[in-house]
Design a binder for this molecule. Structure first.
Ligand code: SF4
Length: 360
């Protein structure tokens, strides 16, 4: 596999978190990269490292600040777990990121993959990792046609990943290379991202082509064997943008709910067409007697759900009782400082776009 390491030395993308060995910075990048593309993560990571440059800074940050910095990345449990982990590091390790694999694995939100990434990349330890990219590379390289998520096959893949990183770590690194364990794991991920892609991999440019069983036996298109995709489900919501004197009615999602701590406009899930707007408003706000006008329609996808959010606007003169203690009337500038769920953030963006000409 030395050809793979040399390929990585020459072709690795220059990503900001690759310019550091700081385990905290690498951890932040790994958590952000879960479910999110590299090009999306780069500005988030840069902002985050400016705002919360250390474990101590994250441990001490307020909930609004961390949610706002994460706004748009989704899966907000990740950011709350990161803060819990930072506080655990301060409580148990004097705010110094632990180096022992088991202690890293013990941190909230850190599983076997992330612990392996931190320990190998930051500390050059022979800790294996297996993400979607590495899984694809290894199954093709070794011609593993069984379902990679099935227990015995998955164990075999982890064992292979462990063997490869241990073998790399036992060799002397080339001059200028930070460490073979770090480079081996990153090179497998990079190969999966750039060359051994899900469709039409560039086998002609692959540094391990001569070793690849799938390529030699014509199985590149059929490996890895993937489970059937779960069919997506359509869901519809209506949101109510109530304005009074330049202020808008919003509420904060409470602990224990999906997207807890984020803000949103009052809303209700509705069945497929036709929508009974009055009934939806009654469920979201209680009886209002307001004439709601169409404002905008937002479409987006979360996991397996295709979501359509129709926003209506109107003037409410008093706060409905149904909203609970978290409801607030806030000016647009205040809304822009809060963390919203991604669909509702788009409503804030539409309000801002409409307000801008009024103010110029
Ligand atoms: Fe992937 Fe092709 Fe390289 Fe095999 S030869 S590891 S299928 S890119």
């Amino acid at each position: 596999m030395s050809g793979l390491l040399e390929w990585f030395d020459r072709h690795a993308r220059d990503l900001p978190w690759r310019r550091t060995r700081d385990p905290y910075a690498i951890w932040v990048s790994e958590i952000m990269l879960q479910q999110t593309q590299v090009k999306t993560v780069i500005p988030y990571w840069n902002r985050w490292m400016r705002e919360f440059p250390t474990v101590q800074a994250l441990a001490a940050a307020g909930p609004d600040a961390i949610h706002k910095a994460w706004e748009g990345l989704g899966y907000y449990t990740r950011v709350r777990n990161m803060q819990k982990a930072a506080r655990q590091i301060c409580a148990r390790h004097q705010c110094v990121f632990p180096r022992v694999f088991e202690e890293v694995l013990d941190l909230p939100g850190i599983g076997r993959y992330t612990a392996g990434a931190i320990c190998s990349i930051a500390f050059n330890q022979p800790a294996p990792l297996l993400d979607g990219n590495v899984l694809r590379v290894l199954t093709r390289l070794f011609g593993i046609g069984e379902d990679p998520l099935e227990k015995a096959t998955n164990t075999r893949l982890w064992d292979l990943a462990a063997r490869l990183v241990a073998e790399a770590g036992a060799r002397r690194p080339a001059p200028g290379r930070p460490g073979n364990c770090s480079s081996l794991n990153q090179s497998l991920m990079e190969l999966g991202a750039l060359v051994c892609t899900p469709r039409q991999p560039e086998c002609g440019h692959c540094p391990v082509r001569s070793l690849c069983v799938a390529e030699r036996t014509g199985q590149v298109e059929s490996i890895p064997k993937l489970a059937e995709r779960v069919r997506s489900t359509a869901r519809r919501f209506v949101a109510f943008v109530a304005e009074e004197g330049g202020r808008y009615l919003v509420r904060q999602r409470t602990a224990g709910m999906v997207n807890a701590h984020l803000w949103e406009f009052p809303n209700a899930e509705v069945p497929d067409d036709p929508t009974d707007l009055r009934e939806a408003a009654r469920r979201a706000l209680g009886p209002t007697g307001v004439e709601w006008r169409p404002f905008c329609t937002i479409k987006h996808s979360i996991t397996r759900y295709r979501i359509t959010l129709e926003a209506f606007e109107g003037r409410l003169t008093k706060q409905p009782a149904r909203l609970g203690a978290s409801a607030r009337w806030l000016a647009l500038e205040e809304l822009q400082r809060l963390a919203f769920t991604s669909a509702h953030r788009k409503i804030v963006g539409r309000l801002a776009a409409r307000e801008t000409p009024r103010r110029t």
